[in-house]
Design a protein around this ligand. Structure first.
Ligand SMILES: Cc1ncc(COP(=O)(O)O)c(C=O)c1O
Length: 487
């Protein structure tokens, strides 16, 4: 591939042959490892469990039920086929009015009806991915920068920068204050960019956060508003996880906060949304740009021709999202199931002495394995990650791929599998902890000499020793070094 690419560099564009896709990272390597050896309870019980994918599959049965009962909403059923022709022909890039209305109402519903959204400001895109890129195009020129608090969603590097040639400048957030965004952090990043002669055009926030699962407090949003107004730069709020909140504190949208600050320049405010996480429809590629800036709405709408949502999908979703009884039931049940699954994982980890950041949203936990590292470096994080993927056989994503400023954090997704698979995954993680506290592993000189093969073998021995996941009590006494260090 490398050689092929080098030959192509002569004849293709610089963008097509550069690394802007970001796929040369552990984040994507983990997916590849899963793809070549996917876990299946009976066909491949020793395969890799995918915990690197933020997918919400927990409530899709409710959607399936709705689709069965509403055959008219699908134009490929006997009841709906009479609409086929009208839907299949060209539509303009404004989208179906009933779709934009339904999306605007749904976004309001998710925000507790505390805000109003104007359907005429709803612009479609191919997922939040397309929405991010369109906004970057509209707001910044090549070479300009957007500030992004760390840790952040790895594909931001591709989505906002690859084709636009905009840059991302990290705003460093640390575990010492639970990765909260501070005014100091924002000012420091802004100043650094200025010193490097980089023009900062905006701040990108992701609320609730991927990978942290935390929500931004009202005060933090107000601080961000004050910052961007003072600097006269844009604020993009990626609120793609807004309905994945399952606990207190709840979600506060930037749309609510701007209402409370009449001096805020609304031309600077833009929301990115999508149905990929809240409803669990990433395959439908429904992305939304909601901008308060008329020129951005206008331009983004023209650009949306590059990534329109299929009219068939718009038609189906217009009906589904207008069914308020369904929407209310779905949102309540989805939140309940996410809470329960999050509890299973975070408590399971806590019982083995593994901490995770306290969170109230998202489809993942931000797991703290700092004490399992050989040293406080990203090399050590990568080394541990390799053991986790190759020997423990779960794909979790290392903090480095989220631009974490501290090595040792890993994102573990929990909503893309069933309860049984989660139990198998927890058993495997428990093995990792046992392995790390075995006398062999604790003797540094010996450990240095152990080859990768030996580590694999010892995992295999553990496999033999350990019972099936269900027989192994989550309360098994275990004197993990993490427990010791914490108590
Ligand atoms: C924070 C964040 N923004 C954007 C996206 C892209 O979403 P979509 O599938 O709608 O393109 C993701 C997907 O994981 C995400 O986590």
């Amino acid at each position: 591939m490398e050689l092929m690419l080098r030959n192509q560099e002569q004849i293709l564009s610089k963008i097509a042959t550069n690394d802007g896709h970001g796929e040369n990272s552990a984040f994507f390597d983990g997916w590849k490892a899963y793809d070549t050896d996917p876990y299946h309870p009976t066909h491949n019980p020793n395969g890799v469990i995918q915990m690197g994918l933020a997918e919400n599959q927990l409530s899709l049965d409710l959607v399936e039920e709705w689709v069965q009962k509403n055959q008219k909403a699908s134009i490929c059923t006997a009841e709906g086929a009479n609409q086929f022709k009208d839907i299949a022909i060209y539509q303009d890039y404004h989208g179906l009015p009933q779709f934009k209305n339904a999306v605007a109402r749904f976004m309001e519903r998710v925000r507790g009806n505390r805000v109003r959204f104007d359907p005429d400001r709803v612009v479609m895109s191919g997922g939040a991915t397309g929405a991010q890129e369109t906004l970057a195009f509209c707001l910044a020129d090549p070479g300009d920068a957007l500030l992004v608090p760390t840790p952040y969603y790895p594909a931001n590097d591709r989505d906002l920068t690859w084709r636009t040639r905009v840059q991302l400048v990290p705003v460093i957030c640390e575990s010492s204050n639970d990765f909260k965004i501070t005014r100091d952090g924002l000012e420091t990043a802004y100043k650094k960019a200025q010193e490097a002669n980089i023009k900062v055009k905006g701040l990108l926030l992701n609320n609730p956060s991927n990978p942290l699962g935390t929500v931004l407090e009202r005060e933090a949003l107000a601080e961000a508003l004050s910052f961007i107004n003072e600097k006269k730069i844009h604020l993009i709020c990626d609120e793609i996880y807004s309905a994945t909140v399952f606990d207190e504190p709840g979600f506060v949208s930037i749309a609510e906060v701007v209402q409370e600050y009449p001096d805020c320049n609304l031309d600077l405010i833009h929301i990115v949304y999508s149905l990929s996480k809240d409803l669990g429809f990433p395959g439908f590629r429904v992305g939304i740009i909601y901008s308060y800036n008329d020129v951005v709405v206008n331009c983004a709408r023209k650009m949306s021709s590059f990534g329109l949502v299929s009219t068939q999908t718009q038609y189906l979703l217009a009906r589904m999202l207008s069914d308020e009884v369904f929407v209310d039931r779905f949102l309540a049940e989805s939140s309940r199931r996410l809470a329960s699954r999050h509890g299973l994982l975070s408590q399971g980890l806590a019982q083995m002495g593994i901490g995770s950041l306290k969170s109230s949203a998202g489809l993942y936990c931000w797991m703290d394995l700092r004490r399992l590292l050989k040293g406080p470096t990203f090399e050590a994080e990568l080394e541990l990650w390799r053991v986790v993927i190759n020997d423990v056989k779960i794909n979790v994503s290392p903090g480095a791929s989220f631009h974490s400023s501290e090595p040792g954090w890993f994102r573990v997704c929990f909503a893309n599998m069933d309860d049984d698979t989660m139990q198998v995954a927890l058993t495997r993680i428990r093995k990792l902890v046992i392995q790390s506290i075995s006398p062999e592993a604790n003797a540094p000189r010996k450990q240095c000499r152990r080859s990768k093969l030996e580590i694999s073998l010892s995992f295999r021995r553990l496999d033999e020793i350990m019972m099936t996941p269900h027989k192994m009590s989550p309360h098994s006494p275990m004197s993990s070094p993490l427990v010791r260090a914490r108590t």
